[in-house]
Design a protein. Structure first.
Lengths: 113, 115
């Protein structure tokens, strides 16, 4: 059956360290993978998209990798800050499915001062 | 200000009543979506619309209905047939297919409680 798994449910790290979140998938062939940030009680906010032919994408302190062989994406936040504390969702999009993406359950990140 | 709005933020209903959740966008996006989010779970797609006057069922459409009569508006009705309607409902929009742009813009959500 199809499945998207993200880290453990929660991840705690110290301020200044690099946070690494994982997104693993089974029985999908995504052409695109997105990462979103969601704060409590609010809608998700788009962060980054990476395509299947891209190994890595960066935006400021964020870096995403996409390994179609391992069926995994890694999301890194360098020099993490307490303001980075939120839930992070990955979403997979398959070619031919238009704009539809399937979301993972999310990882709740807490950056401790 | 461009964006996507949902109203109300909180909604309370008695079991057996239909309720309609509003979603409006002024981003000129073709595609719109409705998701449901339950505690500790990811977003599950209820309905989506790629263009005005057309919409498709998502993974959990049973007990829900939508309309797309205007580009800006995509209301969701939660009917009495939905067995477990209490949840956080999120509306989203994206530019549309053929653009190479896939990011979705989400509204603030409506928390529906049915007792």
């Amino acid at each position: 059956s199809q499945k998207i798994e993200q880290n453990s449910e929660a991840l705690n790290i110290q301020e200044g360290k690099t946070a690494t979140l994982t997104c693993n998938y089974t029985n999908y062939s995504p052409a695109y993978l997105q990462w979103y940030r969601q704060d409590p009680g609010r809608g998700p906010v788009f962060l980054l998209l990476i395509r299947e032919n891209e190994k890595e994408k960066r935006k400021e302190r964020l870096k995403v990798t996409f390994d179609t062989t391992l069926k995994q994406s890694l999301f890194h936040i360098t020099a993490s800050q307490p303001a980075d504390s939120a839930t992070y969702l990955c979403a997979l999009g398959e070619a031919g499915y238009g704009q539809n993406f399937v979301f993972g359950p999310g990882t709740r990140l807490s950056v401790l001062p | 200000d461009g964006g996507i709005t949902q109203s109300p933020k909180y909604l309370f209903r008695k079991e057996g009543q239909n309720v309609t959740l509003s979603c409006e966008q002024n981003l000129n996006h073709d595609a719109m979506y409705w998701y449901r989010q339950d505690p500790g779970q990811g977003l599950r797609l209820i309905y989506y619309s790629q263009i005005v006057n057309d919409f498709q069922k998502g993974d959990i459409a049973e007990g829900y209905s939508v309309s797309r009569e205007k580009k800006e508006s995509f209301p969701l009705t939660v009917t009495s047939a939905q067995k477990n309607p209490t949840a956080f409902y999120l509306c989203a929009s994206s530019i549309g297919s053929g653009t190479g742009r896939f990011e979705q813009y989400f509204g603030p959500g409506t928390r529906l409680t049915v007792t």
